[in-house]
Design a protein around this ligand. Sequence first.
Ligand SMILES: [Zn+2]
Length: 103
Amino acid sequence: MKSFKKEDIVGKPVIETSGTAKGKVKDVSFDLSGTITLIVEEEDGKESQVPIVRVTGISDDVVVRSEPAPGLSMPAPGDSCKFCGKPIAPSQIWCPSCGRSQT
Ligand SMILES: [Zn+2]
């Protein structure tokens, strides 16, 4: 696993996987639980925070996964029957289609 130093990434352009330039890395922050966040300075001078888990590659620039568009999130696990795949409410214990227990 390649490791990076702060100096390796600060100042690099940040590009989304969609190809959109997001800005450049201004700083790196971390908390005691080990979560590392890039502080990105956007073109208009605003700062945004990009969790390191969204970074897919670091070379001449820092590539980050595009943020999912609001409302397009994947359904949570448990929203479909484990056996027949029909959608069910998360609170339902029995599948209304095939009648099998979801627990
Ligand atoms: Zn079912």
